[in-house]
Unconditional design. Structure first.
Length: 277
């Protein structure tokens, strides 16, 4: 009763505008998000991750004008869901919200462009905008093109696991329910015009992650095949999330428990991911 699903294209202004006219807030999760595919087809990422943001912001701006005319109570709040990858590779320390953005792939560059555009609508038009930057997110229903679900589903079938380079790239892993909870918290409590890092506080090398999931599945390391590293592969991501903690939210799921839950879900829901693969 609380959900109405409308299938439409994010860059279709005629479809977006009447939907935004009905709501109190717009939370933009929509994105092309797979770095490998962004290297093969950058334009698709610009279309969704930049032009899509523009269409949503323009719809919110139109509602702001309606609010000014007294045709609605307030304009919608706009929350842009971004990524830790906009900071680029972080060799030491942790990225803070006011650090320089240094994206290094078409995907992260498009995400940086989208959030910069969102912030410009706060500065230029006074739109109520907040931004979150999340760590590598994992959990049930994760598309099997991404590292954890790809490796879990391949291992279930005793297929090779293609590990980039030496596998020592470091990522901070954030369980999906924690990420969703943080976004909801920022939507409700975030200060307009501000950006909030959403860290998982679970930094691991890719080799560590693969070792853990293979152990849970009872599969041998011999399934792993080291392949040539992808171009411009960021070595490490890490964020300081003290600003979000000061707002009253911290993540709750330990990595080992979250990975166990995730692996078990893929074991129990093979009809879902086999149709996608």
């Amino acid at each position: 009763a609380r959900l109405r699903f409308v299938q439409a294209d994010i860059v279709d202004a005629a479809a977006v505008a009447p939907l935004v006219a009905e709501v109190d807030a717009v939370v933009n999760f929509a994105a092309e998000s797979h770095v490998d595919r962004s290297i093969l087809d950058p334009e698709a990422f610009l279309r969704t991750d930049v032009m899509g943001v523009h269409i949503l912001l323009e719809a919110c701006r139109a509602e702001q004008e309606r609010a000014t005319r007294g045709e609605r109570a307030t304009a919608p709040r706009f929350l842009q869901v971004s990524t830790d990858e906009v900071y680029g590779s972080v060799e030491t320390g942790e990225s803070r919200e006011d650090d320089r953005l240094e994206p290094r792939s078409p995907y992260s560059s498009a995400k940086a462009g989208g959030e910069l555009l969102a912030r410009s609508y706060f500065v230029t038009y006074g739109l109520d905008v907040v931004i979150t930057r999340g760590s590598n997110t994992y959990g049930p229903y994760h598309h099997p093109e991404k590292l954890i679900p790809l490796f879990v589903t391949n291992a279930i079938d005793d297929q090779r696991l293609p590990l980039y380079g030496d596998g020592l790239q470091r990522r901070d892993w954030l369980y999906v329910a924690d990420h969703a909870g943080a976004i909801g918290h920022v939507l409700e409590h975030g200060v307009s015009g501000e950006t909030y890092n959403v860290a998982g506080n679970n930094e691991r090398t890719n080799r560590d992650v693969v070792t853990t999931l293979l152990r849970h599945l009872g599969k041998p390391w011999s399934l792993v095949r080291q392949v040539e590293d992808r171009p411009g592969h960021d070595r490490r991501y890490a964020m300081d999330s003290s600003k979000l903690a000061a707002l009253g939210w911290t993540n709750k799921m330990p990595f080992d428990a979250g990975l166990t839950t995730t692996v078990d879900w893929y074991l129990e829901n093979q009809d879902w991911w086999r149709s996608l693969k």
